[in-house]
Design a protein around this ligand. Structure first.
Ligand SMILES: [Zn+2]
Length: 341
């Protein structure tokens, strides 16, 4: 008898174990990477407030400056890269800061990180960053004029503030190829120098291409086929994206955002080798052991003018963009003041 039935029992047992294992893996993946606090905003958003209308004007003006007046800015268009650096520096000065320009050599050209700091009561640092270069062949209004405009708008709103944690606003050069995910990224140099000094970075947020939203169904695509079953197909939301070790930060930031925001939002903490997950400056901080995440409209997975000559200021959707930055002001404030919540 045993010789007749045992193989069947064993194979059923094995199949059962495999199913259990698959369920366990899926549950862990859901628990660790996909589950997020709060509820995404739905319905018709309220009109922009007077403060938000002022913010919108600032964003429009700064995107026009970077993606229109200055245009393509990178090591090939080096004078424009420097003009963008000057613009960032002057904007920080106008907001009441004393910016630092920290240079490094890229094949004979000096490229600079520009940052400002608001010292806090504790040594923990919250870094808000955006890259100010644009890819070869693109004026980079959305990628990443939008991120820099948001960085400057947030810096203006925190000037003179007192916080528990130290706050830094940083603009990086050379995020785009051919420097992308190499030690020549401004953010890599910045994170490396932070690490060497022993800076305690509690959170890094990269503002990466955040100005395009669409209510068209099917306007949102994904780097992996399964993700379209979990996340929306309409590209009207802002995404909070981290790697798995930064999942607590992603959840905390998205939870705060959802308490205040008037625009839909999604969050995910995926392995950093999933296409898109490491495609901005947070990647450089991960390489140095710091938690980091990116805020993005998902760029190539939604924006029709991604990395194109046509990534111009008029292509952005400024109401949605304004709602994102207004929500991020709460995120930055609460991340910098964890016991004030
Ligand atoms: Zn880009």
């Amino acid at each position: 008898m045993a010789s007749m039935y045992q193989p069947i029992v064993m194979s059923r047992l094995r199949a059962g174990l495999l199913v259990l294992l698959a369920i366990a893996v899926l549950t862990m993946a859901w628990w660790g990477m996909i589950r997020m606090p709060g509820k995404s905003f739905t319905g018709t958003p309220p009109p922009l407030s007077a403060e938000e209308l002022k913010l919108r004007e600032e964003l429009v003006a700064d995107v026009r400056k970077l993606g229109g007046e200055i245009g393509e800015r990178n090591v090939k268009y080096y004078a424009q890269l420097q003009a963008a650096a000057d613009f960032v520096e002057q904007s920080f000065v106008a907001a009441g800061y004393r910016p630092r320009r920290d240079g490094y050599d890229v094949r004979g050209k000096v490229c600079e990180n520009i940052d400002v700091e608001i010292p806090g009561a504790s040594p923990e640092i919250v870094v808000i960053g955006a890259h100010y270069d644009s890819v070869f062949g693109s004026p980079g209004a959305n990628d990443n004029g939008s991120g820099v405009a948001a960085l400057l708008a947030l810096a203006r709103r925190f000037a003179g503030s007192r916080n528990e944690h130290t706050l830094r606003f940083v603009a990086f050069p050379n995020e785009e190829p051919t420097h992308f995910q190499t030690p020549l990224m401004g953010s890599w140099v910045y994170a490396n120098r932070c690490k060497a000094r022993g800076d305690r970075i509690a959170a890094m947020i990269s503002l990466e291409t955040i100005g395009y939203f669409s209510n068209q169904r099917g306007s949102q695509v994904y780097p992996l086929p399964g993700l379209g079953l979990i996340y929306p197909r309409t590209g009207n939301f802002i995404a909070f994206v981290g790697n798995v070790p930064s999942r607590a930060l992603v959840r905390q930031a998205l939870g705060i955002f959802r308490e205040h925001a008037t625009i839909p939002s999604e969050g995910t903490a995926l392995p950093q080798n999933v296409p898109g997950v490491g495609w901005s400056d947070q990647w450089a901080f991960w390489q140095h052991g710091y938690p980091g995440m990116m805020i993005t409209d998902t760029a190539p997975f939604r924006y029709p003018h991604y990395h194109a000559q046509t990534d111009l200021p008029d292509q952005l959707e400024y109401d949605g963009f304004t709602r994102v930055v207004a929500g991020m002001e709460h995120v930055v404030r609460e991340l910098a003041n964890p016991s004030g919540r």
